[in-house]
Design a protein. Sequence first.
Length: 398
Amino acid sequence: MSVLAIDGGRPAHPGPWPQWPPAPAPDQRALLEEVVASGAWGSTSGPLCDRFANRFAAAHGVEHGVALTNGTLALFVALQAAGIGPGDEVVVPGYTFIACATSVLLAGATPVIADVDPDHLHLSGETLEAAVGERTRAVMVVHLAGSPAPMRELTEVAAREGLVVVEDAAQAHGARYRDAPVGSLGDMGTFSFQSSKAMTAGEGGLVVSRDRELADRAWSLCNVGRERGGAWYHHATVGWNLRMTEFQAALLLPWLDRLDDEIAARERFARAFARSLDDAGVGAAVLPDPEGTTRSSHHLLMVDLGDDVDRSWAAAALAAEGVPVDLGYPALGSVEAVARHARVLPTPGLGARAERTVWLRQPMLMAAEDDAAQAGEAFARVLGDRRATGVSLQSRSR
Ligand SMILES: Cc1ncc(COP(=O)(O)O)c(C=O)c1O
């Protein structure tokens, strides 16, 4: 058995991982320079934000798209466009980024923090149903880690209970469920282009919908309450300036042409990594995608470390092997700042899985299959060491 890197041995993956975002490609640089030279830097004078929003929406199976500042406000705008506000409840999954709850609070509504399915950490039909109360008006379905949520069972419950469905696809550009793109499966879909995302302009967001009226309302909310095609100082409703800039659109528009290739690269990494974990037989496994997944966009790889693993020690030992992992989200209901404004439900499904799970982040997944095999080797070495389970075994016998 080789010496672990944490004990001074050679790391399983000694080299660097790909940087993210990648250096801008020639088409992105050219378009950025065009924007700079044109002086049309904002979307009130330039064409790129609209062009990008329309092409992005079409690539996600719907007609309408509105580009805006970020994914958090995209969620807020989607909720407001659907008429969600004070007195309403919105179900959000207990395992997700905090913006899912804070966007609901910004809309003046109450988040209901629901349990998730321990198999894949998404909301399920069962956990959604259990969260619905008298005042529940909407569900925010999160396509976590690039993996589509189980939409068939979720939309069945939503239809039965009369809920608006907002798909948070901040982590799932280009993912597909039963052959349909995410963003086209609910009433509205939202995306993020923040630095860590699969397409990024540093920041940015987008709302998509097949419903013209919802999209027009979203546009108005992002454009100080104006109406599309209306007078400059006619404000039909209360709205804000939440517009994306033309610089952001110049980076994002050409990216659409390589999204498929980048997802395919991450898919190859994910397969090679999963294979090497299976071969090692150390009890760790990549969390499965929900049934019905046609294509995960592999934003993150969520890995279950197995029974009784000391996750902190394993993460430190993996980092020493050159394979840094992330411990992932805290349970959303445990975040005091939002919990005091939310209805927090028990989350046994989440408890059964989240604390034994680690993430490999997207930049790593852009590496080659050999790198994936080395990452798998690192997991095998670390989890094969008795210290990986030693601490929790001791604490159990106390
Ligand atoms: C699931 C999820 N929802 C919403 C957001 C918010 O997006 P943004 O950071 O662009 O506001 C993020 C990412 O940051 C996210 O991962």
